[in-house]
Design a protein around this ligand. Structure first.
Ligand SMILES: [Fe+2]
Length: 267
């Protein structure tokens, strides 16, 4: 399948842009309407654009009629509550699919490694059109938190950890890179996440913000990291064993897995 992709993503699958001066804006996310939507940890989401303008966060392909992650419909109630966030999402002028603010509760490095996943942004996307990538604009000042990216889920050597202070802006091909956020704070993290269609509009917006396609990783203690990898591996193995037991006997665990072993939703 061939799609329109931006060359700047070829090397690493992500670009870090100039930081946005988040402190000049009001904290609109504090008033938004959030809905429960599990993705990579203990999360809720406030949709600004959804498949058909409803207050919900499901993938656009799960609606009738199903559609790809483009042509999102603005959710009137949340747009009215967050006009500046809406303006920021619209700034590139590219086609927008899902657009929402994520609320992520504090977690551990082990949790984040366990939660690494790829998105399914391009399901139903017609060949020959623009590949969907996602922009992450961090709203809260989470200097000790990082966006973890891996080209290979099981290879820590492919990992990049991008710090998330207020105003951090990263555009990621989240269907190529495994990703999850490690947020060790004691308050929730908030971030504006928008799906954009690759094309000249997005290219111009990125190019005007001094994109960097390879940044140094935030450091992590090697011993601490190895313990986290081992714990995440053990948790994955336990989950696979539970799933196998469940498929052999549907009554196992009353047909459900413990919450910590839930299958990750697409984010
Ligand atoms: Fe995701």
């Amino acid at each position: 399948m061939t799609y329109v992709k931006l060359p700047i993503f070829e090397q690493t699958g992500y670009v870090v842009l100039d930081s946005y001066d988040q402190l000049r804006d009001s904290r609109e996310w504090e008033n938004l309407v959030f809905v429960d939507w599990k993705s990579s940890g203990d999360t809720r989401f406030a949709p600004l654009a959804s498949a058909y303008g409803q207050m919900e966060c499901d993938g656009f392909w799960n609606h009738t009629p199903a559609k790809t992650d483009k042509d999102g419909v603005w959710v009137p109630e949340n747009v009215a509550l967050a006009p500046r966030l809406t303006e920021r999402a619209q700034e590139p002028g590219a086609n927008i699919g899902r657009c929402r603010v994520i609320e992520l509760q504090p977690n551990t490095y082990e949790d984040a490694i366990y939660n690494l996943h790829r998105d399914d942004n391009n399901r139903l996307n017609p060949e020959g059109t623009g590949w969907i990538v996602r922009a992450f604009c961090n709203l809260t000042d989470n200097r000790d938190s990082v966006m973890i990216l891996r080209e290979d889920k099981d290879d820590p050597a492919t990992e990049t950890r991008i710090p998330l202070p207020a105003g951090a802006q990263v555009v990621i091909d989240t269907q190529r890179l495994y990703h999850a956020v490690w947020h060790p704070g004691d308050e929730p993290r908030y971030c504006l996440i928008t799906s954009y269609e690759s094309g000249p509009e997005l290219d111009a917006w990125i190019s005007a913000r001094h994109p960097v396609a390879l940044v140094p990783s935030a450091p992590v203690d090697p011993d601490f990291a190895h313990q986290a990898y081992a714990a995440a591996d053990a948790k994955r193995a336990a989950r696979e064993a539970a799933l196998a037991a469940q498929s052999a006997d549907p009554t196992f665990g009353n047909g459900t897995l413990p919450p910590t072993m839930e299958v990750l939703s697409e984010a």
